[in-house]
Design a binder for this molecule. Sequence first.
Ligand code: GLU
Length: 460
Amino acid sequence: MTLTPPVVRFAPSPTGYIHIGNARTALYNALVAMKDGGSFILRFDDTDLERSRAEYADQIEADICWLGIEPALIVRQSERFAHYNQVAEDLKKRGLLYPCYETPEELDRKRALQRARGLPPVYDRAALKLTEAERAAYQGEGRKPHWRFLLTNFDGDPFATQSNSVGWDDMCRGAQTVDLAALSDPVLIRADGTYLYTLPSVVDDIDLGVTHVIRGEDHVTNTGVQIDIFRALGAEAPIFGHHNLLTLASGEGLSKRLGSLSVAALNGDGMEPQAVAAVAALIGTSQPLELSPTLEDLARSFSLSQVSRAPAKFDPEDVERLNAKLLHALPFEAVSERLEALGVTGDSRFWHAVRPNLTRLTEAKNWWDIVSGIVEPDVDDAGGDVRNAALEALPETPWDEETWPAWTKAIREATGQKGRALFMPLRRALTGLDHGPEIGPLLPLIGRTKAESRLRGQAA
Ligand code: GLU
């Protein structure tokens, strides 16, 4: 399959639900692809077979589509092990992937010693000095090797490391460098034979022709390492962009454990995808936090260079605020099917009456229940004089938008009440609540019969 460039990928590990911070990464990739008619790959980094789950992968795919992103291709790393093995064998033959036998405790001890001597805790490549016989002895003890990649930070002698700064022009952060001499040779294959994400990611990016790798800034150091691996595999590294991360108001980072901020939970809580996408993409950027009708519109006005370097604070209220704003402007045709699915059979008059008061679409159902009499409001008998006057002045049908102003004028004249003292008893009697949409447009929908019985304090 040929993918039209720019080719980007969003590469979650399906070990939990994605949260709004992951949505940011997915959206940035999607926006870069959309802006130039490119292709978005959804790649499941599921090399950790123990922790990866099909149900998480399915939910992530659903979340991505819900946000308005259409993957051109879906790839699972768990289906590509044979390929990674081939590449690993080639690196082993070339001496670029070498076996190490230290246990985690031995490595900890080495690092503690280095720190005590004021040295950086960089792996000393002791395993490179092992003879065949020593390796065989470890194997005989039942030790299995883990495999490290030999970083390009020496000239001839791997024990005499020299500075080698790998640089790239980051789409978000500008010029970046990572000095490979400051890093330990990364472990690419664990002792149990499983792959860390580092090598499979590079192999896939090469095979799929990924042109832009856009991910969180927690991967900046990995990028130095991965550029070295791209080169070792004879490939040109893609363009990189590392965006700032989202934190909670407290400064705490987001994690997959925070289920409440998962994209699925926001969806379940009645947030619209455009509101979630706007917040995920635009907080912590120089762009104002505003809704875009579609992702294509957002793509046109957005550039990764607008992403700030500081962490961005995520406030769930921003999503609610934008969600409300979005609903307040939605035409009836855009929601009629969803309203019907909620059991709301009211027409556009009902929608226009309640729309200004909604934060979530599902709230329309509560109002429909009250307006249509599916639920009879619980009413106390406060404001008796206003209610009696209202019954006295109960207008004849047909009721329309003019009914409410005329009726309340008559009640005001009869009782001398005005403002809250006039409107609150009526609102409470007619809807059972002391807040809500303007009563005027709702009144014709409630109708004379129900209004009268509610004012009398009886069920219709
Ligand atoms: N699976 C990695 C992560 O979730 C992907 C990082 C990348 O985009 O390369 O952090």
